[in-house]
Design a protein around this ligand. Sequence first.
Ligand code: AMP
Length: 588
Amino acid sequence: MAGESEIKETYENGTKILEDLTNNAHELQEQMLEEILRRNAGTQYLSRFFPSGQADKQNFKTNVPIVTYEDIKPYIDRIANGETSSILLADPINHSGTSGGQQKLIPITTESFEKGWYHHFLADIVIEKCFFLYLGRCFSVSDEGKSLSLYFSKPDMETPSGLVASPYMTFYSKTNIFETRLAKFCLSPIETILCLDNKQSMFCQLLTGLLQRDKVVWLASNFASVLARTIKFLEDYWRELCCNIRTGYLSDWIIDPGCKNAMSLILTRPNPELADLIQQICEDQSWEGVIKKLWPKIKYIRSVCTGSMSQYIPLLEFYGGGIPLVSPSYVSSEACFGINLKPLSNPFDVSYTFLPNTAYFEFLRVNKDGGGKAQETRTIDKPVDLANVKLDQYYEVVVTTLAGLYRYRVGDVLKVTGFYNKSPQFQFVERQNVVLSIDADKTTEDDLSKAITNAKLILEPFGIMLTAYSSYSDTSSTPGRYVLFWELKMKDSNDLPKLDVKIMEQCCCIVEESFDFTYKSLRKGGAISGLELRVVKRGSFDELMDFYISKGASISQYKPPCCLKSEEAIKILNSGMVGKFFGPKTMS
Ligand code: AMP
């Protein structure tokens, strides 16, 4: 565990550390791989690939296969069932991260956890320096400000062998690092973060944020989907929150002992003046800029807004009233990839600079037809390493870690947008394999996002906002069609927008026109039917989130599915449908 002096030095020399890491990116990557092989080549998993016993980079590249989770699952299952973890990695596992609901168990060692934490810390330094904040992190808490960080927990799961498994954030919130360092900067009492009932947790965290509104300097969550949900929660609960503030009594449905205890130290007296003020803000017809009004000292919103989260950017810009949206880093349960060195860049254009000391990275080329539009065909090229990625090229990232992942496909597609010193910078493009497809067409997450961004522009003059979307390929009739779900709201009220058939049909046309050549030719030839756009009532996507949470997803790590596969999920959105519209019968 990093000592106090190391942390202090990191904070003070953050910029220099980043310069060193990025200037020596290639050497550090080589050292990283050597270290992983030195420690782990003897494991049952890896040793098979080094029959001569020579575990060097060359043999690694020729012999070790590129794998997905399914390939390593038998090893993970054996460990979960009680076999020694040394069949996969040399260091002991201290915890298992869960990802994608609970379908994936990812080994975490003390060292891999610390690397993750260090990475997070470097991202913080960049942001704090950018906003001229010096929070004296780790030493004393200055009054310069705190974060309203909406973090949530899930119950731990125990594997038959006794290993604890939980989402990264749940694990993180319980660590010493969180408690002694980061918790100091979070307004939310740790008991409210650890509360397993997400609704009680959200209520208490928001109540704390409102009671101490002058302290909030940034609003945070891991992913933007959580903030979208927080705003909806505020819409539904602001009256009750005001009532608690006015009377000094906590709502009686808050029964979690930790929450009750913690709130009794914060909600200590009636405060009708504050309640009036918040009521006045929330009673405003339009909630434009409500975040800035509720938390007047706020400087930025910190949350991942790239990839599938970019659908929430307009919403957060609207409610934030112009507060910068900062996507701090690109991290997964498997590895830490990069951090955003330009926190003030346009949220749609964020690039992450890879840090070479967290894992060994390789990149599989992904072919994208002209300008990055759809038509994806993977070349079976050998992967290249960090030193050899090319500007403007698309790649799927493959990681090798100290914690038991070897040439593991993470499933994310990235685009090289530049270099910082010798380290490449990537834009997150999309999850691999998220595709709508009826025939030979393949419409990816990124294609869909771009098409919807084009179409929703025509709703803006009518004061209508798109707050969430999803889709699926409907093959229940022939020819099949793409179905989109849109949740819409009026900008200046929570009323359901009046849906003009002509305008909605025009949205369908624009979406279809924005798709690639293959889609359009199949559509013109009649192999695909006109797109169907189903508008759902406000709150439908919250229900969808609840559904995935009930299936094991963690609210803090929730990623809205751009493309639905589950019948049940489709049913949930269908049940909120308030209108449906179609693209033209034939496409000219
Ligand atoms: P999890 O392991 O549940 O934390 O999810 C990790 C996944 O979340 C990654 O593989 C990405 O698909 C996605 N993700 C994480 N960080 C970002 C980011 N900055 N931008 C876009 N997607 C991200």
